[in-house]
Design a protein around this ligand. Structure first.
Ligand SMILES: [Zn+2]
Length: 349
């Protein structure tokens, strides 16, 4: 079990995936999912003595990712990465076909990239596939530590984020869904709850478990009428016909304060408690923070202490999986706030 520090799962393989830019209102700007995001958190949490690095044991394989994604999409990602000869080149989607109107999947790389991706923010480069396999491997390694009861909690500090990657689609910096992969592995213990507190709705995670009654997906996010992913995350989405009530979306208005945000979080935590899961996966995005370039909330840095405390109070084996958060300078402090109080809560007998 833990002894005052959190096991931290990290590998520098994420550096293999570093697109140079993204489109923003007709301009090309720096790619927001930068390597500095997780490297800053990693160095800070270790330096503060809050986390203990865990040796990375293995990258995942297609067989692992096949639990949550279609083989066609995985084959496409691998083939596209392998086809790119120049390590600085990233392939961006050019068209977004209407799937329902298509007789067959497109054959060209550019056509298939548009077929699978939901937006322009997930270009594929030479190192993307290996970075994804390593990130997925970290998530599986963390899940297996919980399953072997080596620890009651672990922090998977992976990149790129994953919660926008669904069974047969990806986008918004995500390609493969590491929180969903960990949850699917943890189902060996029993029911699993996912608490998604990224600023954006985890449309990929919701889609993966839409018909799975043994997984509760809960999410607190900006109203999708106003921001990404726009087409899901509404309160009326509550799970498929095979799993009614297994999805709980709580969209929030812009300008919400720390106090109101924490009150909304309590609603999700009540749903998690009522579900009586054997394990919890937290999709942890720091982008609700008021200083985040994507955020319209007024959630202060100090709120991450309260968030950590309230999640720890669930008293569940918990895997923290890194999602978004783009205020690069502040991310280490937000992570410190969260981890410090989360650990204190987990250590209370
Ligand atoms: Zn986000």
């Amino acid at each position: 079990m833990i002894s005052g520090t959190m096991p931290l799962l990290y590998t520098p393989d994420h550096l293999l995936h570093a697109p140079g830019g993204e489109f923003d209102q007709g301009k090309i700007v720096d790619y927001r999912d930068s390597p500095e995001r997780v490297d800053g958190i990693y160095l800070h949490l270790i330096a503060r003595g809050l986390c203990l690095p865990v040796r990375f044991t293995r990258a995942a394989g297609i067989d692992d990712l096949f639990r949550v994604h279609s083989l066609q999409m995985l084959d496409f990602l691998e083939a596209t990465s392998n086809a790119i000869q120049d390590e600085t080149r990233y392939q961006y989607a050019e068209t977004f076909p209407i799937r329902a109107a298509m007789a067959a999947r497109p054959k060209s790389l550019a056509g298939r990239l548009g077929y699978y991706s939901t937006d322009l923010n997930s270009p594929v480069g030479q190192g993307t596939w290996q970075a994804l396999l390593s990130a997925a491997g970290l998530a599986l390694q963390g899940a297996e530590m919980l399953m072997r009861h080596e620890t009651s909690c672990a922090y998977v500090l992976c990149r790129p984020p994953g919660h926008h990657a669904g069974p047969d689609f990806f986008g918004s910096y995500s390609y493969t869904n590491h929180a969903a992969l960990a949850a699917s592995r943890l189902m060996a213990l029993g029911q699993v709850a996912i608490l998604d507190i990224d600023y954006h709705h985890g449309n990929g995670t919701q889609a993966i478990f839409w018909e799975e009654p043994r997984v509760l997906y809960t999410s607190l996010h900006i109203d999708p009428n106003l921001d990404l992913p726009y087409f899901s995350g509404y309160a009326h989405e509550t799970g498929g016909s095979q799993a009614p009530g297994s999805t709980f979306n709580l969209p929030l208005p812009p300008g919400i304060t720390s106090g109101s945000y924490l009150a909304a979080l309590e609603a999700l935590l009540r749903a998690v408690r009522a579900f009586r899961p054997a394990a919890l996966v937290v999709s942890l995005g720091y982008d609700p923070y008021q200083g985040d370039p994507t955020s319209a909330f007024r959630v202060e840095a100090g709120a991450y202490s309260a968030i950590g405390s309230r999640i720890a109070a669930l008293r569940l084996p918990t895997l923290i999986v890194q999602e978004g958060g783009y205020a690069v300078e502040t991310l280490p402090a937000l992570a410190e706030n969260f981890v410090t109080v989360f650990l204190e809560g987990m250590l209370v007998k």
